[in-house]
Design a protein. Sequence first.
Length: 306
Amino acid sequence: MGIQMIKTRCIGRLFLTGILWGISVWAWAQPDASLRQELANRIKNCRAQVGAALVVDGKDTLTLFNEVPYPLMSVYKLHQAMAVGKYLHERGRTSESRIAIGKEDLKPDTYSPLRDKYPDGNVSLSVRELLEYTLQWSDNNACDILFAHTGGTAETDRYIRSLGLKEFAISSTEDEMHRDLDKCYDNWSSPLEMARLLEILFTTDLEMGEFQPLIRQILMTCRTGLNRLPKPLESNGAQIAHKTGTGDKNAAGALIGINDAGMVFLPDGRRYTLVVFVKDSWESMEKTEQLIADVSEIVYRYVTGE
């Protein structure tokens, strides 16, 4: 097959996105043309850069536009949580270790259920509670509080690289991204590298004591992005552990990143990991979320044969 290039609109300009179907955009042990075509048809008219990765039962792997760096947004709170667990376990701390939070820690102009509950600060919360705020509710203040007490973004980046992952970067806190939206693009990952991280979390002993099962459990109770990957799974008995990311609009008016990354557990004992990243979307939030839900449904039907 020859190499064909396509053009996609991004922040008001045209750019080359990469090699089209069948060469490096997709990798699959036994490619299925029907799945490939159905996903291609679903995304072809979307005014955004869409990337995805699928791993079925830890083996077969499919990627869609994996070469593009996608802004992680709050998906990187999973990277952080894993680094926090390792950092504290190595220092003899537990999930019940407490962190004092002052009013100065609670930025007023960012998404934060934690601040909404404790507007004046002066409270001490356990690491477990802070992880619940970051992973269940994607709380930005809780995220930066954890960074401040566990080595910052540099320690998170270092730890995830120690797991053998390379196609990602983490360098900016939530506050830094809020003050300069361009920094959102500095925290990035390929879809497949994100899928690999989930596979590592759920299949490898990371020697972080109680923190690893705690993080897994909290991901199973994520309350954000229910209209994304979980939407088509609501009534079929499947369960999902996932983490979302939601960006503001950039200077040109496009949504910086709308993401969902999760591991799906089927009633018959099988599982698959699915990551969908949407970068620089000119669609509405509702249409962008529906795109992610549609990809989730297409993959579910393919894996289960329904």
